[in-house]
Design a protein around this ligand. Structure first.
Ligand code: NDP
Length: 240
């Protein structure tokens, strides 16, 4: 695939695995990140993948970031909206800032990145957008009204934008991961995590590479007939 991709939050966790999997398929990857310069530097040294820092929750920063990537690597064909945060708490303890940060970054980031890249994909008659949702956007989760709302919004956003891209060769899909072994899940208290794993039919956490394989399929030529879909990769957890 001689294509150019941006992976948001692409320097660690699930995003890192996605960046590497796309690179392995011959895609030129730009890995965006939010603030962890040290990790981004280590990632670029190790992989040769260029890292670009901007806040996906900032509309203007996304437009400027995409322009910077295109100047360095060429027109963007693939966007993986993977950057995401959690700010958990029951609604009684959830401040307005906790709500707004999660909606702005997790859901607003998808809009900001699509706004900056979709017109180019459309005019070149080829594009792939993959949005990383969550099982908690499908099923809800105690203490996560902000995160579940943002991720659920991603699934609706995906189906709507897919309709706008369909005739122009631009597919838009989502992946809804279950619990994946990354820093985000490491932040869940051990006793809570134990209960979560007990409910996963395959009996373990997922690996970031297992999400990345789904992304490379959706971004491939062969994936061109798949659009507006959500691929659940969660060890069977969606059955409960
Ligand atoms: P991590 O916390 O390990 O990594 C998050 C990544 O997002 C980092 O690269 C971080 O950059 C980046 N990021 C955060 N905020 C911003 C921002 N404002 N602008 C640009 N980049 C930002 O997360 P995971 O790898 O676990 O999760 C990746 C995605 O998968 C998220 O959308 C998450 O919601 C989703 N997901 C994860 C699951 C899991 O079990 N881990 C389950 C279901 C969904 P930096 O390194 O600079 O901080």
């Amino acid at each position: 695939m001689a294509r150019v991709a941006i992976v948001t939050g692409g320097t660690r966790g699930i995003g890192e695995a996605i960046s590497l999997a796309l690179q392995e398929k011959g895609v030129t990857v730009a890995a965006n990140y939010g603030g962890n310069d040290e990790k981004a530097r280590e990632f670029t040294e190790r992989t040769g993948i260029k890292a670009f820092k901007w806040d996906v929750g900032d509309f203007d920063a996304c437009a400027a970031g995409v322009a910077e990537v295109e100047a360095a690597l060429g027109p963007v064909d693939i966007v993986v909206n993977n950057a995401g945060i959690t700010r958990d708490g029951t609604i009684l303890k959830m401040s307005r800032d906790m709500w707004e940060d999660v909606i702005r970054i997790n859901l607003g980031g998808c809009f900001n990145m699509a706004h900056a890249t979709f017109p180019g994909m459309r005019s070149r008659k080829w594009g792939r957008i993959v949005n990383i949702g969550s099982i908690n956007g499908q099923a809800g989760q105690y203490g996560q009204v902000n995160y579940a709302a943002a991720k659920s919004g991603i699934h609706g956003f995906t189906k709507a934008l897919a309709q706008e891209g369909a005739r122009a060769g631009v597919t838009v899909n989502a992946i809804a991961p279950g619990y994946i072994d990354t820093d985000m899940v490491a932040a869940v208290p051990a006793e809570v995590l134990e209960k979560i794993v007990a409910k996963i039919p395959v009996g373990r956490l997922g690996q970031a590479t297992e999400i990345a394989r789904g992304v490379t399929f959706l971004c491939s030529e062969e994936g061109g007939f798949v659009t507006g879909s959500t691929l659940s990769i969660n060890g069977g957890q969606h059955m409960y």
